[in-house]
Write a protein that binds this ligand. Structure first.
Ligand code: SAM
Length: 284
């Protein structure tokens, strides 16, 4: 009888994945880490009982969280990734030739080491890229103390519980704004609004205090149950979010990046929000 991984999504709602082969399970210094194989989704990583990423659909999330801010910026040289321990975000970021350095600040070194071993299709060697500066630390501590400056900041964190909670605070957004270069862009993982609309409201209020242009864009990632997930967006130049399709198409063609989800058209369309989200934001 196969073992089953049960994800408790909400009080009366679970989703379960058959564990066809367990690769790794350990309580690290920060969280409960599991990596297992599921015949339908490929390899799956969970943290504290929450699905973080699966081989089958990770490309949607990583392409949209990397390419939307990077193509919008247009000339990103220094990128900061907070979290991202599985290496999928790093894989997509280093595809951008203008990027000269990627600083990745991941709180749990075990996630990086186990992802390198058991999720090789996520990083695809990205951890060996000479442009990487890997820092094992709390992202909040890093941004609070950093004297560096970045063009794009991507917060690829867990949900706002446990170690990830601090990455959804007013102080975190304030510190990220402080270390962004002029013309910089920030994007963050911001949950599934159909079931977590308060996460959208909270981020809009907190992030909106520090960025002249704060909104959300979205994509549906199948294993993040509940329909589209939102990515929070922050910059001081609304023009970065409303770039002409021709400009996006030219940047995408010049970059010659292989994608399976991202297109310039989806980039533009992803900022169109369902009415229940825009209504909730208007009520903020
Ligand atoms: N795609 C996933 C999602 O949408 O939920 C996120 C994937 S990634 C595995 C999340 C990473 O954030 C984990 O590796 C976790 O260790 C890291 N993390 C959580 N809290 C953190 C913090 N305060 N500072 C830095 N990294 C953190």
């Amino acid at each position: 009888m196969s073992k089953v991984f049960n994800e408790t999504l909400y009080d009366a709602l679970n989703q379960s994945f058959r564990i066809d082969k367990l690769y790794f399970e350990q309580k690290t210094g920060h969280q409960h880490l599991m990596i297992f194989h599921n015949a339908f989704l490929g390899r799956v990583m969970t943290l504290d009982g929450i699905v973080q990423t699966t081989e089958r659909d990770e490309f949607i999330y990583h392409e949209m969280m990397a390419h939307v801010p990077l193509f919008a910026h247009g000339a990103p040289r220094r990128v900061l990734i907070i979290g991202g321990g599985d290496g999928g975000m790093l894989r997509e970021v280093i595809k951008h030739a203008p990027v000269e350095q990627v600083t990745m600040v991941e709180i749990d070194g075990a996630v990086v080491e186990m992802a390198k071993t058991y999720l090789p299709k996520h990083s695809q060697g990205a951890f060996d890229d000479p442009r990487l500066n890997l820092v094992i630390a709390d992202g909040m501590d890093f941004v609070r103390q950093s004297e560096e400056r970045f063009d794009v900041i991507i917060s690829d964190s867990t949900d706002p519980i446990g170690p990830g909670e601090v990455l959804f605070t007013d102080d975190f957004y304030a510190q990220c704004k402080r270390i962004l270069n002029p013309g910089g862009v920030m994007a963050t993982q911001n949950g599934v609004p159909f079931f977590q609309i308060d996460e959208v409201r909270d981020t809009a209020r907190r992030m909106g205090r520090h960025f002249a242009d704060q909104t959300f864009y979205s994509a549906a990632v199948p294993t993040y149950y509940g329909g589209v997930m939102t990515f929070a967006w922050g910059s001081d130049n609304p023009g970065l979010r409303t770039l002409d399709a021709d400009i996006l198409r030219r940047r995408f063609q010049d970059a010659a990046i292989e994608t399976r989800y991202y297109t310039p058209e989806i980039h533009q369309a992803s900022f169109a929000l369902p009415r229940y989200v825009s209504t909730a934001l208007a009520e903020n």
